[in-house]
Design a protein around this ligand. Sequence first.
Ligand code: SF4
Length: 432
Amino acid sequence: MLQNLLTNNTYSLYIHIPFCSSKCDYCDFYSIPMNIDSTNDKETINACLNAIILDIQKQIEYFDVNYIPTIYIGGGSPSILSLKQIASFLYDLLKILPSRPIEWTIEINPESATKDFLEICKNYGVNRISAGIQTFSKQSRDAVHRNGTIENIYKNIECISKIYGRNFSLDVITGLPFSTKEQIKSDLKIILDFEPEHISLYDLTIEEDTTLFFNILKNKSLLPKKEYAEMLWILGRDILISKGYFQYEVSNFAFDKNNVYNKLKNLNYSSLIKDKKAQKNGFCLHNMRYWFMENWLGAGPSAGGAALFSRTNTSTENNNYGMIYNCVDNVFSYIKHVTNNTFPQYCVTENISKKNLIKETIFMGFRTSFGPDAELFQKRFSCSLQDIIPNTINKWREKKLFYTEKTALTPQGLLFLNGFIRNAFEEIANLE
Ligand code: SF4
């Protein structure tokens, strides 16, 4: 079954539930604050959930999808939905899926997810939880208007681990206002005590047009200095690695229970997805499909999808290697357009050329500690990465930031990912 992941009517599914209880200052996702007790907001959420189901149905038909290996329900905060809303949404979704996924994640906000909510998800087949913790520091949370009391978050992680065992992921952000070494150590200690299979460790990114961006313009000392923030992230990374987590992507760490992945220097994506151990070692298969440029459907306001080498709309003879698309990013337009139009009329679409797909493959694949997959690359472009960017690879190998056994950056090299990508793009600038 896992081998089917490489066929072209296999698509993963990302679902965007664009509602939150309030807006965090650093957030640039499309999400709108909702009051779940208000009748109007409840109706809008219900209409949006119905439109999402219709949208998925249209996309499955359009791309002739026969297998969906992974589903990720993100947002927004899907855990803002009432018990009735989540149950009926999952029920409707199951009715239209061509197959049961092997990995099914729902993102939750630990202050809003209740035991009942988590149990309903599990009963419908969700087998993985991703919870945005960010930090246990009240001072840092308050400074960016991140909801939730420490007691509640703690209690809800306990609940997740009771219901889902170790099949959950916790997100931590370093470099928030008032972030310190002691705070990072303390955040990770609490998190590690829960033994999650997966941890995402992000260095805060300041996105333009967010509230945090404008607050920083007014008060430059709000955030720790860049060098200090970088040091905090590296401290966090080193703690996770020392506790048996394998950094398989720039910001993502999977618990390597048998201590095998660090030793497999030439491990690649194709062999990993055929390896049943991968699932037991906490990798997020869904995100791996993005990083290796596999196909996925994106449903919900602002959700994006990719259909590469799709039977419906690809002809490599015309330098058309597939389509990427984004659904309209406004709840009300989304509901209206999905109801009245066919897919992809309610999306912004773009055909992707060979050169752009190679660039995207390099950009995404080198985020991982496997590097872009050699087998897939050869299959798609009839050449190897070594043929395309030999000078960049040699240069970074000489700097000892690139593995000799495989085409991937070392953990130290990942710290300079942007510089590597710049070199690679310069080298392929004249590619036809
Ligand atoms: S909870 Fe998540 S999606 Fe919602 S505003 Fe905060 S960061 Fe954005």
